[in-house]
Design a protein around this ligand. Sequence first.
Ligand SMILES: Nc1ncnc2c1ncn2[C@@H]1O[C@H](COP(=O)(O)OS(=O)(=O)O)[C@@H](OP(=O)(O)O)[C@H]1O
Length: 495
Amino acid sequence: MRSLRGVFGNTWLVLPILGAVLIGGTVYPSLYAQRASATSQYVAAIPGSLGTLGSVGSNSLPIQTLENVGILNIGSVGRLNLAGSPNEVNVTKSPKGTDAASSPNHGDVDEDKVEEANADVARSSNEVSVTKSPNAKESATSPNHGDVDENNAERANDDLARYSNEKRVAMFPNGEDMFCFQGQCSLRRDRESAEFPNFFLGVGPGRSGSTSLISALRDHPSVIVGDARNLYILDKVRECAKGQSAYVDFFTSDTKSKRKTHWFGEKTPMYSSHRLVPFRARAMFGPSLKLFLTWRNPAQIFASRYLQLYEESRATLKDENFRQWADRHLDTFRGIAECRKNLLQKFSLTERMIYDSTFTIHATAAMEEYLVRLCGHMGDGPHAALEGRGMFRRWAHVFGKSQVLCVDVEDQNSRMNWVLDRIAAHLGVDRKGFTDQPSAHKRLNASFDILARNQMRYGSQAVKEMWGSIAEIQAIDRDSLTLEDLRLFSELCGQ
Ligand SMILES: Nc1ncnc2c1ncn2[C@@H]1O[C@H](COP(=O)(O)OS(=O)(=O)O)[C@@H](OP(=O)(O)O)[C@H]1O
């Protein structure tokens, strides 16, 4: 198995770090001090854990533990010499540079929330500012796009190194790991101390049937769904910092004792597009979190979204026809993808490699934080659909396949009782608690026809172009898939 060191081929960097840590941090005192301070964070986060965690901050960690806690692996990521790279990091702009560069994260819905989430990412990232591009006004608003100059690359490299040492994983004596991300550490799977010992999240893209899934879940007597429809917790650093207590206000009517026997959960489509959410969720709930990933053909998602905006929030469409609207988001998507690709190339990595089984989740988290800081992420739930079935790989990497259940909207449509069987098995709840539901048997691509009629207001050319956009969106998913992705998709979706 390739380790990160193997991937980067910089074993020589690891040895001094290991030496320094083992002799008590004399050569790399800051590394050691940071690790010790991270220990106090764990202690603060976990009531009653002082005794068990004391050893994490001691001066005599065995090598095995250092490997396990990720310090060596992550340390090696942090030491990569991005700043000293002979080639400057140039983020290629998408063809329609202005739109794409201005806002990697903009979405059509709830711009406030999206902006807040962006600001959170920027704040949490020590604000690596980017060199202003010719579209200065708009680029400047985004921490994430544009050309990255050498100083900033150097600062980013420092940030990555700091991240690597501060936000770690600790090992409990019994071999259980605890994952920390941005100061938030997962609690032990100790039912007494966790606010929500049994928690699930709906993390599928918007317009993929997430509301009907959550309604079915809400129906079960052992399942309690958050008060509001979309809770927007994990896309905000501020909320994540509260740990599981961030959720308490949304479940006001339910007592703490009920939380030990019932499943609690929420769905927020934004979680599918925010690249850091899987890591935050892992830190907040630990490895036992259950996930529901609703899936729908990305082109259908786009058609459904456009029509929803047309009905509910026409102003955000700025009178764009479907082609113009879709192009705007395709440009943003491609701009982000290009930016990530260029940065990853500096490390001789690809998207696929950082979600490969040879990468620890801690190393993937460090890399994602860095990429999100410089390149941004899609800012609206439905737009995550452009990532296509690759999204299954990301969630399975962070939680393991057994924690992720795919719910394809086509199955909700044609065999809902089969879907309910699977949901009950996934949560381990009594199947009889779900009311049998007739399948909807809606015409699933109805949105395309409705969209075509809608586009007539822009003329027949707009209808023709609409089909071009739809083909492009479908091609992104199709062309990026490997056999392995397809296998994972079939396995998780039960197909
Ligand atoms: N059972 C079943 N069969 C077929 N289609 C279904 C089903 N349940 C939900 N849907 C369709 O899913 C779309 C809404 O998805 P979401 O609930 O995820 O939307 S939202 O992001 O929360 O607003 C919306 O799609 P469109 O009708 O194409 O707009 C719903 O009709």
